[in-house]
Design a protein around this ligand. Structure first.
Ligand code: NAP
Ligand code: F7E
Length: 350
């Protein structure tokens, strides 16, 4: 019989890619779903009849206990989180409860149900742990310097995972994943925000997009590559922590230029600071504006990961480069039908 996996955060970007991967490997896949909007299972539409979904929330310990007791999973992938860094500044307590304490609830349940020797645990750790570090590239030995409520909560979770591994012998891994994107990326993360806007412009549907810090640098990979790395971590002989990253870093400014290149528009940048604009170099039309609302109280300036350990010990490798990723995202957004009535909400923190 195939293995059983429980995926928290199964309705998110990574949850959808991971569920597909696990199903292709013959797993019985269980997913934790919040009883929120019906839209939340949209990313799973192709697999809904093959996955068992359970209502629950990482803030509810009782549900977690009942689920683990009933499912008795071989592998748990904890992907659930309030994952937006900017929003975490406005929702610090909630983010700590879900992204930090939520992980302790899972680990404690594993311990109290005597599942320590049965279950393997993957924790969605993050390059945001490196925060304000001056060291680049960052690897598993780089000191952490978190600078957001999101990163601080994830750092607490990171250490709880290590504690349960070292103290109780749980097979538990932290995947320290750098940014990874895809056509399924949430619409309030910068890559998707930009590719969706480029597609809107190609359709003649939108005029300008407000962005924040154009100079921030990120190491952007593809979610499909990264979920394969999560699975590989749990198949290794020993539990350990691994960085997954592409090793290349680009600015938000270059992301904008790359996305618009896909629709044959080149961008000229004029002005400076909050008055800077990105204009269509052929028509002069303003496409990008800068808004202070999209700057964070504290920014992570430069992320570039060194995934040597994962490549050597797990045989992990990436298949996508940055340009191919952005091309796929723009093409997917161009293919999406949008009704004329549809408006996209411009929330302050996105
Ligand atoms: P995502 O698209 O934002 O998905 C987050 C998932 O968590 C969604 O399924 C969401 O459910 C669920 N969730 C949120 N709050 C919850 C709660 N209180 N209880 C149960 N479920 C809850 O995130 P992602 O990009 O797939 O990332 C997956 C994980 O990796 C997250 O933990 C994220 O912090 C971490 N991570 C992501 C990246 C990246 O670049 N993508 C990099 C490093 C680490 P709803 O659908 O109901 O909202
Ligand atoms: O921002 C800048 C922003 O929100 C990337 C999460 O998956 O990866 C993600 O966190 C950069 C930042 O992702 C806008 O200031 C400029 O420097 O797409 P993002 P993130 O904050 O890097 C890490 C690894 C995770 O763990 C998280 O869960 O882009 N930026 N202008 C903007 N960002 C947004 N969202 N919106 C803007 O208008």
């Amino acid at each position: 019989m195939g293995k059983k996996a429980l995926v928290t955060g199964v309705t998110g970007q990574d949850g959808a890619y991971l569920a597909a991967l696990l199903l292709s490997k013959g797993y019985e896949v269980h997913g934790l779903v919040r009883p929120s909007s019906t839209k939340s299972t949209e990313r799973l539409s192709a697999y809904l009849d093959k996955i068992t979904l359970h209502y629950g929330d990482l803030s509810d310990g009782g549900v977690i206990t009942r689920l683990l007791q009933n499912i008795q999973p071989d592998e748990i992938y904890n992907l659930a989180a309030q994952s937006h860094v900017h929003i975490s500044f406005d929702m610090a307590e909630y983010t700590g409860n879900v992204d930090g304490l939520g992980v302790t609830r899972l680990l404690e349940t594993i311990r109290s149900l005597n599942l320590i020797d049965k279950v393997k645990f993957y924790q969605a750790s993050t390059s945001e742990l490196f925060g304000k570090t001056q060291i680049s590239p960052q690897n598993e030995n780089t000191p952490f310097a978190p600078c957001s409520p999101y990163a601080a909560a994830k750092l607490y979770a990171y250490w709880m995972v290590r504690n349960y591994r070292d103290t109780y012998g749980l097979f538990a891994c932290n995947g320290i994943l750098f940014n990874h994107e895809s056509p399924l990326r949430g619409e309030n993360f910068v890559t998707r925000k930009v590719t969706q806007f480029a597609a809107d412009i190609a359709r003649g549907q939108k005029k300008t997009l407000a962005l924040g810090n154009l100079e921030a640098r990120r190491d952007w990979g593809h979610a499909e590559d990264f979920v394969r790395g999560m699975w590989l971590m749990l198949q290794a002989d020993e539990a350990d922590d691994y960085v997954l990253a592409t090793g290349q870093t680009h600015t938000v400014r270059y992301l904008v230029e790359t996305a618009f290149k896909q629709i044959d528009i080149s961008i000229d940048w004029i002005g400076a600071a909050l008055d800077e604009k990105g204009v269509n170099s052929r028509t002069g039309e303003t496409l990008i504006e800068i808004s202070k609302d999209h700057f964070r109280p504290a920014e992570v300036d430069l992320l570039r990961g060194d995934s040597s350990k994962a490549r050597q010990k797990l045989g992990w490798e990436k298949k996508y480069d940055f340009e191919t990723l952005i091309k796929e995202m723009v093409e997917a957004d161009l293919g999406r039908e949008i009704t004329p009535e549809e408006t996209r909400v411009n929330l302050r923190a996105v």
